[in-house]
Write a protein that binds this ligand. Structure first.
Ligand code: 6GU
Length: 248
């Protein structure tokens, strides 16, 4: 996958992607990340990227021209007919694991990071194919949001994480939170690892984990259970545990 990012602050993209899984993915040519400075696509002496809001108030607005120019330059080198051009703003549709999975299927993404008090509406209407927010709060800009999106999407690309099972069991992949994880030692400060995990009985372990996932989701994020696919036995587990959670 190739990801092109348009930002006013290219330098902030250096840290997170030069370590760990992402770095290895780049080294193995599973992903290519190109960071472009929107300011490089201005043509006036002062490299102006923002301007006042028509109608007054509301602070500065990112001008359309440099962003259109930057997207044109970036997409002119791309073969695919339909490249998602995604604008990161608090008004976008809410990012989640499912949307990440959809984005991971594209060979190419273009991400535009909003800044200032807003992005020219004509970018939204006539350039972006999608608009994404990472949550119901306001960041200083879309850059951190773009980094979140990149991080989530790239770890879903085939080969980036050792085993496919590792992402299949992640929280939110099956619409549930992940089960509790234990590692050595078997007893730490008197706290024991649950016996079933030491049993070597894989079917029992799988069932225990599934139940823990469901119970943890019920307790912490009950609204997720509406969309999770549960067996009738598991639904009953939820109903029984639900009545004791309510009274807890
Ligand atoms: Cl994508 N941008 C900004 N500025 N704030 C946000 C966001 C994006 N997503 C959540 N808050």
């Amino acid at each position: 996958m190739q990801i092109d990012v348009l930002t006013l602050f290219p330098e902030i993209f250096q840290g997170p992607f030069s370590v760990g899984i992402f770095r290895r993915a780049v080294e193995r040519n599973l992903v290519r990340l190109n960071i472009h400075n929107i300011r490089d696509y201005t043509d006036d002496k002062h490299h102006t990227v923002d301007d006042y809001s028509y109608g007054g108030g509301g602070g500065m607005v990112l001008k359309p021209e440099p962003i259109f120019e930057a997207v044109a330059a970036v997409t002119s080198t791309i073969k695919e007919a339909k490249v998602p051009v995604i604008l990161l703003t608090p008004q976008g549709r809410l990012f989640n694991q499912q949307l990440a999975g959809e984005l991971a299927a594209y060979p190419h993404l273009v991400l535009i990071c909003g800044r200032y008090e807003g992005v020219a509406e004509r970018v939204r209407e006539h350039l972006a194919s999608d608009e994404i927010s990472i949550g119901d709060y306001v960041l200083g800009g879309g850059d951190l949001a773009a980094m979140v999106v990149i991080d989530v999407v790239v770890r879903l690309l085939p080969g980036v994480i050792g085993s496919a099972a590792a992402t299949e069991e992640d929280s939110h992949t099956a619409g549930l939170l992940e089960y509790p994880q234990y590692t050595r030692p078997e007893v730490y400060r008197g706290w024991r690892v649950p016996k079933v995990l030491l049993s070597g009985n894989h079917a029992q372990i799988a069932q225990w984990r599934r139940e823990q996932s469901i119970l943890r989701t019920l307790k912490r994020r009950p609204e997720l259970l509406g969309k999770a696919s549960l067996s009738s036995v598991e639904r009953r587990l939820v109903d029984e545990a639900g009545s004791s959670v309510d009274s807890a």
